[in-house]
Design a protein around this ligand. Structure first.
Ligand SMILES: Cc1cc2nc3c(=O)[nH]c(=O)nc-3n(C[C@H](O)[C@H](O)[C@H](O)COP(=O)(O)OP(=O)(O)OC[C@H]3O[C@@H](n4cnc5c(N)ncnc54)[C@H](O)[C@@H]3O)c2cc1C
Length: 412
């Protein structure tokens, strides 16, 4: 293997959106970077594949709003560098019972983050978005301009191409099996199942649903990251209403708070179909997935929601297309972005547990990880909510004043 034995400033392990953005940001800073991936690039076995991810700035937690807005800027910057688009801008709509705590916190976070939000009651919402949303009594809506749909596989490919253009070295079919300190010269040795060994001054680990396994194997530390097998569903729009659900007609990306939390995107990737899915899934082993187990609750719980909210516009019988994917859940739904510590000190940075809402943040996370690896700090970002050791202080992690949004059986 031609690069085995070469020395890099940073070795990034895992080429989903987080690793690919990190490799790009490191290369952009003129450092020598190697990105290693276990499967083929752009595979569909992790979390960053497929046709659509929502970007929105509205969050119940105030620390995500500014990160999402910064990402929005970085998505556009990356698009103008490569010359094509991966993001389709749309409005974003949050709905739910007026008394829902998450929704209330989300509304409270808009103004301090300069997010222009329109608070809508049932009747005002009936006049918007072609009348598609029929809210139950006591429900409200919050509409903002900062929404959009990102094409995930294309976006990962974009960051990989931009990284290569800036001198990054990318290698797939390269499963990392060990990460060790270089006791003689300092730095880190990264070993692959192929027998290849790579040296990096620093190493960044972004292996998604495999974080718990790899970090435990390397350091003995057990990260509370639970992989969830989830299913994305596409539903048929009733004849005559197809255009109303398109981005051209101004249809928004949306999130529906309460139990279950439902999200969706405008009709884009499959004409005549709309993506509507439940935020949740089943615990799984990323190396032993039962591809059929996505059926059941994550799909069934969407049906009554469609009947209730998108009355008469979408066929609620059964989804036309279903696609499997994985979440990496932390107990508090917050990311883990930190130095591994212990014998690795600040030489190994770990980033995982993106808990079903990380894709939009990829460019900002890539920037943070590049700066942590190169400079030992990420200027302008407050990372205290993403500390690895918060779970040692409280196994539930960050305290929240609102309910869980992601549903899955047997919380660990
Ligand atoms: C159905 C679904 C819908 C979602 N919707 C949204 C949304 O609307 N908005 C949003 O912001 N986010 C959303 N997300 C979340 C988002 O997609 C994830 O947070 C994000 O893709 C996580 O990226 P990652 O790079 O951490 O993980 P991954 O994409 O899984 O990348 C990790 C990579 O590491 C590789 N790897 C693993 N082990 C090794 C090893 N030992 N050596 C080398 N490589 C290794 C894997 O093969 C993989 O390619 C959604 C997720 C799913 C599943």
């Amino acid at each position: 293997m031609e690069f085995s034995g070469d020395r890099f400033d940073v070795v990034v392990v895992g080429a989903g959106i987080m690793g690919s953005c990190t490799a790009y940001e490191v290369a952009k800073r003129g450092e020598k970077v190697l990105l290693l991936e276990k499967f083929d690039f752009l595979h569909h076995l992790g979390s960053s594949h497929g046709e659509s991810r929502t970007i929105r700035a509205t969050y119940p937690e105030d620390y995500y709003a500014s990160m999402a807005l910064e990402s929005y800027r970085l998505w556009e910057e990356a698009e103008s560098e490569i010359g094509y688009r991966v993001l389709t801008k749309t409005p974003h709509l949050d709905i739910g019972p007026a008394a829902n705590k998450s929704l209330q916190c989300l509304i409270a976070n808009c103004e301090p983050n300069s997010i222009h939000a329109h608070l809508l009651d049932r009747s005002r919402l009936r006049d918007m978005f072609s009348g598609a949303f029929q809210l139950p009594e006591q429900w409200i809506g919050v509409a903002t301009d900062a929404g959009g749909v990102i094409k995930p596989t294309k976006a990962v490919a974009m960051f990989q191409a931009s990284a290569i253009r800036r001198g990054a070295v990318l290698r797939d079919r390269m499963e990392v099996t060990d990460i060790k300190r270089d006791e003689e010269g300092g730095g880190i040795w990264v070993s692959a199942a192929t027998g290849d060994r790579f040296w990096g001054r620093k190493c960044v680990v972004t292996v998604g649903a495999w974080m718990k396994k790899l970090v435990k194997a390397v350091s003995g530390l057990v990260l509370p990251i639970q992989p969830l097998h989830t299913t994305v569903c596409y539903w048929k729009i009733k004849a005559g209403h197809e255009k109303e659900f398109s981005p051209e007609a101004g249809f928004p990306t949306f999130a529906s708070y309460g139990e279950p939390y439902i999200y969706g995107t405008p009709s884009l990737e499959f004409p005549g179909l709309i993506k509507i899915a439940m935020h949740g899934g089943y615990p799984c082993d990323p190396d032993r997935r039962d591809w059929a187990s996505g059926f059941g609750a994550p799909v069934d719980s969407v049906i009554p929601w469609i009947e209730r909210v998108l009355q008469g516009r979408v066929e609620a019988g059964k989804p036309v297309v279903e696609q499997a994917c994985m979440y990496s859940m932390t107990p508090d739904g917050d990311f883990i972005i930190d130095f591994l510590g212990g014998e690795f000190g600040k030489d190994v940075v770990v980033a995982g547990g993106f808990s079903g809402h990380g894709f939009k943040m990829g460019p900002a996370v890539g920037r943070i990880l590049a700066e942590l690896a190169i400079h030992g700090e990420a200027a302008g970002f407050d990372l205290k909510h993403f500390r690895l050791r918060r779970f040692g202080e409280d196994p539930k992690g960050n305290a929240k004043e609102f309910e869980d949004q992601v549903s899955y059986p047997n919380h660990e």
